[in-house]
Design a binder for this molecule. Structure first.
Ligand SMILES: [Zn+2]
Length: 242
């Protein structure tokens, strides 16, 4: 008699994944492992068979949403790693964020609709992946509004930049200075004017061009289009505005 009452009705489905709970050895979903109580109607869904699409939407958001948020945050960090930012990376990451948010909103709304209709509630099994995109977005905006990215990258690169400046300073006057990579900075147009050594970072900025200048004896030399923001150790952010 006891085993008979343990048997759930035929038209019941897993609360977590929508699997049809028929002829099972025990009160546990073979698909996702979620347990249910055959005499407690709150622990399963009844009478509403789910197709594959509905079952997919019935699932909580999966790890791909977490991965998407992390990838876009890394892309944004890279875009804001140099003075002026890498415009092309910024543009790509902006498109990525918009697409991710559209996908995220549609998925969350569909999840809620399907859950309420089939499960009569949201369930206690909602995992934590959904939080990654909102949190990563906030971090990306904070990063874009501060100069934390370029400032920390400069600190990290300062020893290599100092070696580069010493090397260029030791060259004879009029010597050609080939471009090179200093860590993440790909130089373009390395110049030496009146004790100032300066170079653009390739790809940095949009219309204005950004780079670094080294001038240990005070404000670097340059024309009226050149602007300098002091860093430390004789280094400046160099902006050429048009
Ligand atoms: Zn299940």
């Amino acid at each position: 008699m006891a085993t008979e009452s343990m048997k759930p009705p035929d038209d019941v489905y897993c609360l977590t994944c929508g699997y049809a709970l028929r002829s099972l050895p025990g009160p546990r979903c073979p698909e996702c492992g979620k347990g249910f109580d055959p005499i407690d109607a709150q622990t399963f869904v009844r009478g509403r068979p789910m197709g594959p699409i509905v079952r997919f939407l019935y699932h909580p958001l999966g790890w791909p949403f977490g991965a998407l948020g992390v990838i876009l945050l890394l892309l944004s960090m890279l875009a804001f790693s140099v003075p002026g930012g890498y415009f092309s990376l910024f543009f790509v990451s902006l498109l990525g964020w918009r697409a991710a948010w559209a996908l995220f909103c549609v998925r969350v709304v569909m999840f809620c609709v399907v859950r309420v209709y089939y499960g009569h509630r949201f369930g206690r099994d909602v995992n934590r992946w959904w939080i990654v995109i909102p949190v990563a977005s906030v971090l990306a905006v904070l990063l874009a509004r501060s100069d934390a990215g370029p400032a920390s990258m400069f600190k990290l690169h300062k020893p290599a930049l100092d070696r580069f400046a010493a090397e260029v300073a030791a060259l004879p006057p009029g010597a050609t200075i080939p471009n090179r990579r200093i860590g993440i900075y790909q130089t373009s147009t390395i110049e030496r004017i009146d004790g100032t050594i300066r170079f653009f970072v390739a790809g940095a900025g949009f219309i204005d061009r950004y780079g670094f200048a080294y001038s240990p004896d005070g404000l670097p030399a340059g024309s009226s289009v050149d602007h300098y923001d002091a860093l430390d150790g004789g280094w400046y952010v160099w902006v050429q505005r048009f």
